[in-house]
Design a protein around this ligand. Sequence first.
Ligand SMILES: Cc1ncc(COP(=O)(O)O)c(C=O)c1O
Length: 500
Amino acid sequence: MTGVTAAKDQGMFSEPGLSEPVTRVPLEVDPETRRLWLASASDFVDRLLDDLAHAPAMGPDRAATLAALARLDATPQEQPRSLDDALSWLSDAGSLGLQTSGPGYMAYVPGGGLLGSAIAGLVSLAMNRFTALAAASPGLARLEHALIDFFCREVGYPDTSSGVLTSGGSLANLSAIVTARQNRLGDDGDLRFAYIYTSREAHRSVAKAARLAGIPPANLREIPVDTRLRLDVGALERALEADRGGRPFMIVASAGTTNVGAIDPLCAIADVAERHHLWLHVDGAYGGAFILTPEGKTKLSGLDRADSITLDPHKGLFLPYGTGCLLVRSHAALEAAHSESAGYLRDLMDGGDGTRSSSSLSPELSRNDRAVLLWLPFWLHGVGEFRRALSEKLALVAKLRESLRQLPLEVPLEPELSIAAFRLPRRRDEPLDSWNARNGRLLSAINDRRRIHLSSTLLPTPIGPAATLRVCILSFRTGASQVDHAIADIAAATAEAWGP
Ligand SMILES: Cc1ncc(COP(=O)(O)O)c(C=O)c1O
């Protein structure tokens, strides 16, 4: 291979006529380089996905990670470098830390990452159309409109509803709180006595969003939970009574808490919201997607009574990170909280056929085309395949739970969705610290086997917050064989923890 060909293979060439060759890669790459790059990227993804099935569930230990980080220089350079070198850099960097898209990853909330979305990302980023205003890209803006309508039908919302795709659950929760604040309290800016009610088990993005929306942190009422870690409706009523005379305006319930997948009693909470004229938002970032399954429709009964709902397709619909969703029963309320007009956009304000513009429903204007990341997988697999995959996750966790019950472990709660929690039981009179330390060691012993990766949390007990391990099965790549690995590794580590 000649030097020129080699350079070409790398997507570089030397500028002719200079004694010192200067390599340049013009921003508009020539067709040959383009084909080489696309082929290299496609080979890389192909290998990556082949390897994923056998890759360890966690990156190397801390010392090896620090050594690798010292070698990974990410500083931009003046001169071009090859795509192959960049892909090798990315492969090294990606091997560190949590392997969120692998089949053995059952910690926190698994990532997944459908190939169809990655292809959609490549294609839509290459198209690079402006989809925030319907008039600027009427065809592509329709994708988001159609997806939102699909979700509104699935959750049982009326025709007045709409929504928007966000970057994730946190931003969906933020827009929900801003919409509720604007709808119930107007724009007078007096938030000193504005109260939001949520459970102690709610995701921290709710507290963060409330603060960002200007609600004083002390005005977020974190209501105690019942024995199943669901918001205690009696305690909610008492808190509302205590705040009489203030400006309570919103309840945020969870449809699947991050800790254990607990579903707050949505119908009873909706009754309270109605009686007190409060906006009810349901955070379904982890659990909302199960509404696509027959089992989920029963478990999430009452979801349709919410004023707004967070879904998070990059969790429950297996998309790569970057796609959340907010649904709102009243399109008018969402638009009133988010729309602005500007003289420089006057030529683009009319979408023509009624397709909604995402910019008037969200804090964002320019953004990537999120809808296509979901639309293409729906197109390629059909929605039925998603329903089946989600039902499979519920069945897998039921199987796992039955096996956990055969072990000398405490299984504090019946899983409502696809999370199972367990821990070593407390010894007689054992101090909390020692009990928590033993469960910490159990977690390490399971994860050190590197076939599966779990995380732990703190759950309330009579003697204080107890370290509890959790298995969250949500990746489309996690199937029966990984659950068998999980059962075997948990059993082996538990036997070690109890000793001979
Ligand atoms: C219940 C719940 N709400 C909100 C979020 C935040 O979502 P995101 O990470 O997409 O911003 C999460 C994330 O795990 C979650 O589990």
